[in-house]
Design a protein. Structure first.
Length: 94
């Protein structure tokens, strides 16, 4: 997850902060994947990810970040670098 040398280890962060960091990693990949869809699927998928009709995150955008947060946090806690996994486009890993 994006960190600096002064950031605490991920296992010491509150859950909300972990979700914020994961969202910053996966949002561009999700946006690129959803952009490949035609309407109305693009708008429907965006809605379920917490975006408005234009693809902009809504103020209360919770979306679907829990599973990626768990996976990327587990990779980080185990000493791995989660960045390569965060860049894997959904649906492209088959």
């Amino acid at each position: 997850m994006p960190t600096t040398e002064t950031d605490p280890p991920v296992r010491e962060l509150p859950a909300h902060e972990v979700l914020v960091r994961v969202r910053a990693l996966i949002e561009p990949v999700l946006q690129a994947s959803v952009d490949l869809l035609g309407d109305p699927l693009r708008r429907m998928a965006g809605y379920h990810l917490g975006w408005d009709a234009a693809g902009t995150p809504t103020p209360a955008a919770s979306g679907k970040a829990l599973r990626p947060a768990l996976a990327l946090t587990a990779a980080t806690v185990c000493g791995g670098d989660p960045a390569p996994f965060a860049r894997t486009a959904p649906g492209r890993h088959r």
